[in-house]
Ligand binder design. Structure first.
Ligand code: PRX
Length: 648
């Protein structure tokens, strides 16, 4: 589909020459280009070298000293932005709070002082397991202020997922809350944290925000402190610690192709430069904007585009605690209307879900303030694109479909209305941003011809790229830099069309994208086999109309266990507790054996073909043909039951 159909107001487009020139210059003289961008931030000491590239390890702005919290706060409070709103927060029950830049600055300083009083120092890891409340942002910036490294763990993770991440990062302190509201219910976060903490010897202190006023929250003397109490005795000002540009700002765990999550380590200087630049290029952020990214701070999108990107620009940021459709399906639209949101950034799953409720819920709200709509995390199908464009954007707002990853730190391929808007094509992420040398290549590394599927690679380092994987540089090399030596392997399939536009076609590895969340099939399998009834498990993904993809788990039970609805529920609960609800399979099917190769490897490819009714392909390495029939039988049985249920 061409632009004429999509953006009828052609006069809104400025010539794309500007973008081409910028891209060309950024690739011809990357060091000069990135120096200019970096110069827009505050450095306590300037860098000596822009890039030190010892493949596959990149160090950006070497020798420079910087502080993330200084750039996000101190810089603004010296200007008129001192009294500008930084955070507009709304709780699910409808309560709200706003913090000006000065107020946020003061809260961050006081909490940084509290952390210091507990003995937290530069380089210590601070784990943050919090709901979407302003204190989550305060905690991140306070850690950064004293040079501590934060690791935010999504509040939807269960005790198992939380403990694994705390232990891998060796966090000294955990910041959490008594609970939060979700769909009208109170979720007691501290109780989950306590379960995890029993297995986390590195944690010396726990700081608890009283969000839901749960006075009977168990507090362990000497270890647990209420947030409001620790900040009471704190100082109003803490000198920001100038850290080396390559000092880690945070570790963020994400799923990979093995059972163990990867601790993605981001730098301070390079990361900030990347998010600062893309915030301007992609969102065209301006002082008068009211910017809302609906992600959770537990994911990279929350780090880069709720906290660091917008605050570096002194933007007004909306933050919302609860579910998108609670109490009614127009909750989000009412927030857009109430605060006059101008830039709105969300995930395709959410768009598909809200689309299903029908146009009426959107139409009843005045959304005329919106000027840019964005998406991230999974492919945005053209149907959802058109609905978002028409029903939400009222055919006035460009859609920035942004491709990037936890590892890339910042947007990589996306329309850039802040530079100049290219014609949009629903379903395409358009063109790489300046400084990003992206290509689609075939198995042999040659560029794929137009419209042919290949692997998406990045052929040179960029400032916001991950530095390494925490305590596992070998895995970093292996995962990202060994498939095509010298190039970053994204793990995604993509194609380029005749105009050079990129289309992301999904993961090329054993990673699922469920509602935009990244779940490794092996990670889920290894959690499943820890259940006392499970002998073997194979997990595959199948397309889902709203979630994009859902996990289907095939399970072989141990002797003495028989399939039952109760057991299925029990396994689901077990996953909810160990990893978290985002990993609960959409479907669990019991079989007596799994298709395996003669060397004993589970043939997920075969299982996937059966589930998705596609070509099974070569079966010459299969050990036991009956196993294929077993899977087929289970799938057919499930379909029969589902159809019967539909008829009823
Ligand atoms: O498969 C791509 C998909 O999300 C993956 C990265 O996931 P994660 O690290 O959790 O980060 C999500 C938020 C940045 C990618 O490898 N993905 C991300 N953005 C898009 C996308 N797929 C299609 N279109 C996108 N815009």
């Amino acid at each position: 589909m061409g632009l004429a159909e999509v953006l009828p107001t052609q006069e809104r487009l400025v010539p794309i020459r500007e973008l081409e020139e910028m891209r060309e210059r950024s690739l011809r003289d990357p060091e000069g280009f990135w120096s200019e961008v970096a110069g827009q931030l505050h450095w306590f000491k300037s860098w000596e070298r822009v890039l030190e590239w010892k493949p596959p390890f990149a160090r950006w702005f070497v020798g420079g000293l910087i502080n993330a919290s200084f750039n996000a706060l101190d810089r603004h409070i010296k200007t008129w932005r001192r009294n500008k709103v930084a955070l507009i927060w709304e709780g699910e029950p409808g309560d709200s709070r706003t913090l000006t830049y000065y107020q946020l600055y003061r809260e961050v300083n006081r909490f940084a002082s509290a952390l210091k009083k507990l003995g937290i120092e530069k380089g210590d890891v601070v784990a943050i397991y919090m709901p979407m409340i302003p204190e989550a942002v305060v905690a991140m910036l306070a850690a950064a202020r004293i040079g501590a490294v934060h690791t935010v763990i999504f509040s939807g993770f269960g005790p198992g997922g939380l403990a694994e991440r705390i232990n891998d990062s060796e966090a000294r302190v955990l910041i959490t809350a008594d609970g939060f509201y979700r769909r009208g219910r109170e979720i007691c976060l501290k109780a989950i944290a306590d379960e995890a903490l029993a297995k986390c010897p590195s944690v010396e202190y726990v700081i608890v925000v009283g969000r839901i006023g749960k006075r009977d929250t168990p507090m362990q003397a000497g270890r647990d402190f209420w947030w409001h109490e620790v900040v009471e005795g704190a100082e109003n000002y803490v000198e920001p610690t100038p850290v080396e540009s390559t000092h880690p700002l945070f570790i963020l765990y994400t799923s990979g192709t093995t059972g163990k999550p990867k601790g993605v380590v981001h730098s301070t200087g390079g990361y900030l430069v990347g998010v600062y630049a893309t915030m301007k290029w992609v969102f065209d952020i301006r002082d008068e904007d009211v910017y809302w990214c609906t992600a959770d701070i537990g994911w990279i999108t929350g780090h880069s585009y709720i906290v660091y990107g917008p605050l570096l620009h002194g933007a007004a940021v909306v933050m919302y605690e609860g579910a998108p459709d609670y109490p009614k399906p127009d909750r989000w639209w009412s927030i857009v209307e109430k605060y006059g949101v101008t830039i709105f950034y969300t995930a395709p799953t959410a768009i598909r879900m809200l689309m299903k409720y029908g146009d009426g819920w959107v139409a009843r709200h005045d959304l005329c303030t919106l000027r840019i709509l964005g998406t991230v995390g999974e492919p945005l199908n053209p149907e959802a694109w058109m609905w978002y464009y028409r029903a939400v954007g009222r055919e006035r707002c460009p859609i920035v479909d942004t491709w990037w990853q936890t590892e890339t730190g910042a947007h990589m391929i996306s329309p850039a209305p802040g530079i100049s808007l290219v014609p949009l094509k629903p379903g395409s992420v358009t063109l790489p941003l300046p400084g990003v040398d992206a290509e689609v290549v075939l198995e042999d590394g040659k560029p794929a011809p137009p419209k042919q599927r290949g692997y998406l690679v990045i052929r040179r380092p960029w400032p916001s790229m991950l530095m390494t994987l925490h305590r596992d540089p070998e895995r970093y090399k292996q995962t990202y830099w060994s498939r095509f030596v010298g190039w970053y392997f994204t793990g995604d399939y993509a194609l380029k069309d005749e105009d050079g536009y990129f289309w992301i076609l999904g993961r090329a590895d054993e990673v699922l994208k469920i509602s935009g969340h990244r779940i490794g099939t092996m990670e889920l399998e290894s959690a499943l086999v820890k259940h006392s009834a499970v002998a073997e498990a194979a997990v595959i993904g199948r397309p889902h109309p709203v979630k994009g993809e859902e996990a289907v788990a095939f399970i072989v039970l141990r002797d003495g266990f028989t399939p039952s609805e109760k057991l299925r529920k029990d396994i689901e609960d077990y996953i909810r507790k160990t990893i978290g609800s985002i990993a609960v399979p959409g479907l669990i099917l019991f079989v007596s054996k799994l298709p395996k190769t003669r060397s004993g490897k589970i043939m997920r490819r075969v299982i996937k073909a059966i589930v998705t009714e596609s070509e099974i392909g070569d079966l010459s390495t299969l050990e036991d043909e009956a196993s294929v029939d077993e899977v087929k039988k289970a799938v057919e049985e499930f379909k029969r039951i589902a159809e019967e249920a539909m008829e009823k």
